[in-house]
Design a protein around this ligand. Structure first.
Ligand code: SF4
Length: 228
C-alpha cells in the first residue's frame, strides 16, 4: 500500500483515546439528561434561554407558571412584556430575557409555523439562539447528533487534549471528528457533569479522576490533606 493510502495513525490513535474517555464517562454517568424540566422542544428551548446566568433549579421554578400562562409560541409572541418580566424575574436579567423570549416566539410563529425547527442551521436563525442552545435542544429533546460546547465542555476537552482550540465552533468540529456520530448526543451532558463534579475550573480533583491516566493536563492536583 502506498503512502497515499496509509491511514492517519495519529487521528486513529486520538480517536481511540477519545472514545475510551467517553466510555469511562458513560460508566460514570450511565443515564444523564439536562436537569431543565420540559415536555417538548419548545419548552426546552425557552428553558435553555432562561438558564443563562442562573441555575437549572431557578429556571424550573418559573417555567411551570410561564407555560401555564403562555403554553405555545403564539401565546408568548403576543404576551405583555411586563407580565412575562414579572413571572421570570427571579431568573435574573429578566428584561433582556423577556425581550429574547418574545422575539424567539415571534420568529418560531412567523418563520416556522409555530414549531421549533429540527435543524441546527434553521434553529440558529431564531433570534437569541446560538449553536450551543440549538445543539442542547437537538441532542436533548430529539436525541439528534449534536454537541453543545459550553464553558465546561471547552475546559474538559482542552485539558484532556481532545482539542487545542478556544473557539466553541472549532471545539465542536474537533469533537465531531473524534467521535462517532451516534454518540454525539451523549457527549455534552457527560462532559458538563464531569466538569462540575471532578474537573473543576479552579480545583480539579485529579487525584481521584478516572481519566487521569489519559489526561495530558499538568500539573495534576494532589489530594489535599483535609479532603474527604
Ligand atoms: S486528571 Fe485532572 S485535569 Fe485531567 S481530566 Fe482529570 S480532573 Fe481534569
Amino acid at each position: 500500500m502506498g503512502a497515499d493510502h496509509a491511514p492517519d495513525k495519529s487521528l486513529s490513535q486520538r480517536r481511540r483515546v477519545a472514545r475510551l474517555i467517553l466510555k469511562r464517562l458513560t460508566k460514570l454517568y450511565p443515564e444523564i439528561a439536562t436537569a431543565l424540566a420540559y415536555t417538548d422542544p419548545w419548552q426546552l428551548l425557552v428553558a435553555t434561554v432562561l438558564s443563562a446566568q442562573t441555575t437549572d433549579e431557578n429556571v424550573n421554578r418559573v417555567t411551570p407558571v410561564l407555560f401555564a400562562r403562555w403554553p405555545q409560541p403564539d401565546d408568548l409572541a403576543v404576551a405583555s412584556p411586563e407580565e412575562v418580566e414579572e413571572v421570570i424575574y427571579s431568573t435574573g436579567y429578566y428584561r433582556q430575557k423577556t425581550k429574547s423570549l418574545l422575539a424567539l416566539a415571534a420568529d418560531v410563529v412567523d418563520e416556522f409555523g409555530g414549531n421549533v425547527p429540527r435543524d441546527l442551521d434553521a434553529m440558529v436563525t431564531l433570534r437569541g439562539v446560538g449553536r450551543k442552545t440549538a445543539s442542547v435542544v437537538l441532542a436533548e429533546a430529539w436525541g439528534d447528533p449534536a454537541i453543545a460546547v459550553d464553558t465546561h465542555v471547552k475546559r474538559v476537552a482542552n485539558r484532556l487534549g481532545l482539542t487545542g482550540n478556544a473557539d466553541p465552533g472549532k471545539i465542536e468540529s474537533d469533537l465531531k471528528e473524534l467521535y462517532l456520530k451516534e454518540t454525539w448526543a451523549g457527549i455534552s451532558m457527560r462532559f458538563i457533569q464531569f466538569g462540575r463534579d471532578v474537573c473543576d475550573a479552579r480545583r480539579p480533583r485529579c487525584w481521584e479522576c478516572p481519566l487521569r491516566d489519559r489526561c495530558p493536563f499538568e500539573p495534576k492536583t494532589a489530594r489535599p490533606r483535609n479532603a474527604p
